[in-house]
Design a protein around this ligand. Structure first.
Ligand SMILES: Nc1ncnc2c1ncn2[C@@H]1O[C@H](COP(=O)(O)OP(=O)(O)OP(=O)(O)O)[C@@H](O)[C@H]1O
Ligand SMILES: [Mg+2]
Length: 358
């Protein structure tokens, strides 16, 4: 087997009694777009800073093409970096900002001029060489930062929430540009965000961070359709959770009792066997269906609200025990016509699309 391009092996980082990163490992292929996705404080930036060499890990190793990077100082790692805040030198022009990494590498003037031009072309800012950063929009400034990070053709580019200071429209526009630049240059990108939509839009694979550890690594569709933990199920896509009791389990599937006599079979079950049999059943709103006739394995609920969302209609329902369950049905779905608040209906679902977590 060929060696992985970039390998993160059991990285840990503690600050006194605070453990920022517990045990992070992953292999990244050359040219891959890998995203670290997770809530605030889950260790995404710390892991990225360790890769960049701004922080030393408490334990573990990082290998680039099989060689440890840890003894190489940050400025010699040849890794490009773009941060959340604009970090351009305000007194330098755009051209001088982009030229900076080449100047400290003492490249000849003719090469610098040529590469700066090419980098600005790549981020679609040709002709902006003499502009000062203060006279540019936030999106333009982040493009300059991107050009500066890519100007010396680093094999790896790290980006820490580079779009979070931008408004939604600009963010989507630059997401598109980042995808294009990734495809054009083939650079390996490690990207940090806490926005699941951004992660799904950009990434080849996503590493879901929770409390300093990775819960799961996979493509967007893998994480959505086969979440390994309750946390991943709640973080990728929309989800409902319902308390359940495991009645029987066999080969990764469970028979669950949902209370009030409702019983379902063949639900994928994740996690160890627990003594009390308590589990949490995850149901995607778009995988639920609604029936007016009583269904043996259905969940009896009361309709609370009906909201038109364009392509979809969201029906908010609640069980007798007061658990809210959202159902999303395509516009025009026959079950919705004349559906009224306060009506009692049954929710049904394909058991293979549900997941239970112990
Ligand atoms: N220099 C530091 N000293 C002490 N604790 C730190 C330091 N840097 C980070 N931490 C702690 O380590 C944990 C992980 O922080 P990190 O910045 O990696 O999270 P993050 O996932 O990037 O979060 P965010 O989405 O808010 O940027 C947090 O609990 C944070 O408070
Ligand atoms: Mg961070």
């Amino acid at each position: 087997m060929t060696k992985p391009f970039l390998s993160i092996r059991g990285i840990r980082k503690s600050y006194g009694s605070v453990t920022a990163v517990k045990n992070v490992s992953m292999d990244i292929a050359k040219g891959e777009f890998m995203t670290f996705l997770g809530p605030s404080g889950s260790g995404k930036s710390t892991t990225l800073y360790i890769l960049a060499g701004f922080q030393d890990p408490t334990g573990g190793d990082i290998l680039l093409k099989g060689q440890s990077l840890l003894s190489t100082p940050s400025h010699k790692r040849n890794i490009g970096m773009v941060f959340q805040r604009y970090t351009l030198f305000p007194h330098l022009t755009v051209g001088e900002n982009v030229a900076f990494p080449l100047r400290i590498r003492r490249r000849p003037q003719a090469e610098i001029a040529e590469r700066v031009k090419a980098a600005l072309k790549l981020v679609r800012l040709e002709g902006f060489e003499d502009r000062k950063p203060a006279l540019m929009s936030g999106g333009q400034q982040q493009r300059v930062a991107l050009a500066r990070a890519l100007v010396y053709n680093p094999p790896v580019l790290l980006m820490d929430e580079p779009l979070s200071a931008l408004d939604k429209k600009l963010r989507e526009e630059i997401q598109f540009e980042i995808r294009r630049i990734h495809q054009e240059t083939g650079v390996t990108i490690l990207y940090v965000t806490h926005d699941q939509e951004e992660a799904l839009r950009l990434s080849d694979r996503i590493a879901v961070f929770s409390q300093g550890e990775i819960d799961q690594i996979g493509t967007g569709p893998e994480l959505y359709s086969n979440p390994a933990t309750r946390f991943v199920a709640g973080f990728i896509g929309d989800s409902n959770f319902l308390d359940a009791t495991v009645v029987a389990r066999e080969g990764g599937k469970a028979q669950l009792s949902l209370g009030n006599g409702a019983m379902v079979e063949g639900v994928p079950l994740h996690g160890p066997s627990s003594a009390n049999g308590k589990a949490s059943l995850m149901l995607r709103p778009e995988r639920l269906s609604l029936s007016r006739a009583s269904v043996p394995s259905g969940i009896a609920v009361t309709v609370r609200d009906i909201t038109f969302l364009g392509n979809n209609i969201e029906v908010s329902t609640a069980t007798a025990a007061g658990v809210d369950l959202a159902v999303r049905l395509p516009f025009g779905h026959e079950a919705i016509s004349s559906l009224a608040r306060g009506e009692e209906v049954w929710l049904t679902f394909d058991t293979a699309s549900a997941h239970a977590f112990v």
